[in-house]
Design a protein. Structure first.
Length: 406
């Protein structure tokens, strides 16, 4: 009795095993159990002669990212639609994961559900990976008996959101990469190339042109104070981004500024609107009351300006105002979104109209990214050409002057 109780209470882990079946054929697999003796007994009952057994490593591994959660949601939705029981679905997804941390997370959630905890409550124990929007939708699915449909909607929402973020990153990647390379090139020129030219110019004897003197002065300053320059750049950058992350006032200021940046501001604004409308459409379609749905929408937009506007909309709606009227009062939503919301409220198809608005702005973001890629290339080339070309010409001016004298 004591041994059985101990085995039952032991912490279960995943074991990988190899063995031979009744026909002598090599078989392998995985099993969750409280110890090696439990695994051996279980396989023996199945007529399998165990030859190799090891614990699967459940620590370490890469950090769990949003993409991992999106893939898990899609897999879980697909299996539940196919009629696979919830616990078995978790087992299959956990075994298929190549990330030990993800496997442990899914195992913990599965164990909670197995002991009687609701799925949404099990997700709420891990707020780092499952936000309030995710948990609210799962809870609505459990309450309405449509969990597989809600998981499918969640998977679509996450895939759309990730696609928008990927497009924004791709639009910013090229200019950032070019700026970094340009900085490295300028550093090499300032530290190694210009001092070599300066030694050559000293042998000329004559007076150097003003542009050459300016470049040489900048080179000397850079060589002497490079540690201070890099310290200010990296230290200042770290402090700036930490302040942006932790200070609400800083977030509001920077997010408002980002929306006003030429070209990129329009891109960011459209992506935020796409996320806002997509999130509200998903929540409303799941049967979440509008006031409760707005709790998750502001944060999901990813912009403090729209988060603040959403708080105001929620207050107005809770006191009886129409959604479209409240949205108009904030002054941050374009006319098209307001008209779509108004039509949706009047026709009782708010979720459908918001989804249409989200699709429109997602397509707009896609088109803008394609246009930016072709627009930024010549623009950056002109700037870098002027900068580096100016330095090169400044260093060759004394040589040209010497040639004219000779």
């Amino acid at each position: 009795m004591a041994t059985a109780a101990l085995a039952k209470n032991a912490k279960e882990v995943i074991f990988e095993w190899e063995g031979k079946d009744k026909n002598g054929k090599l078989v392998r697999g995985e099993i969750r159990a409280g110890g090696e003796a439990v695994v051996s007994a279980s396989l023996r009952r199945q007529g399998i002669l165990l030859t190799k057994l090891k614990k699967r490593r459940t620590s370490g591994g890469r950090a769990i990212k949003q993409k991992d959660i999106a893939i898990f949601t899609r897999q879980l939705a697909t299996m539940m639609k196919a009629g696979v029981p919830l616990l078995q679905s978790f087992d299959i997804v956990a075994r298929g994961s190549t990330n030990p941390r993800m496997t442990k997370l899914l195992t913990d959630i599965r164990n909670d559900v197995e002991t009687g905890t609701s799925l949404s409550s099990a997700f709420r124990k891990h707020p780092l990976y499952f936000d309030s929007l995710y948990c609210n939708l799962v809870e609505a699915g459990e309450a309405g008996g449509i969990l597989e449909a809600l998981l499918d909607r969640l998977a679509i929402y996450q895939e759309k959101t990730m696609a928008i973020k990927a497009k924004i990153k791709s639009a910013l990647m090229y200019p950032v990469a070019v700026i970094v390379v340009a900085f490295v090139v300028l550093t090499v020129i300032m530290i190694f190339v210009i001092p070599a030219f300066e030694d050559v110019f000293k042998s000329f004897g004559g007076e150097l042109p003003a542009p050459t003197l300016a470049v040489i002065w900048m080179s000397k300053f850079f060589v002497k104070w490079w540690w201070l320059i890099f310290g200010i750049l990296f230290g200042g950058g770290y402090i700036f981004f930490e302040s942006w992350k932790r200070s609400e006032k800083m977030q509001m200021t920077m997010d408002r500024l980002l929306l006003r940046i030429p070209i990129f501001g329009d891109l960011i604004n459209k992506s935020v609107i796409a996320r806002w409308t997509r999130t509200l459409s998903t929540m409303f379609a799941a049967g979440v009351p509008l006031v409760e749905a707005l709790d998750s929408v502001g944060g999901a937009s990813g912009n403090a300006v729209y988060a603040q506007a959403t708080e105001q909309i929620q207050k107005d709606v809770s006191t009886g105002s129409a959604l479209t009227t409240s949205m108009t009062a904030t002054g941050v939503f374009p006319t098209m979104v307001l008209q779509m919301a108004a039509i949706g409220e009047e026709s009782g198809s708010l979720d459908h109209m918001l989804a249409k608005a989200a699709e429109f702005y997602e397509d707009e973001v896609d088109e803008m990214v394609k246009g930016l890629s072709s627009l930024m290339e010549p623009f950056i080339i002109v700037i870098l050409g002027t900068l580096i070309g100016g330095i090169v010409v400044s260093m060759y001016l004394p040589i040209f002057k010497l040639g004219s004298v000779v």
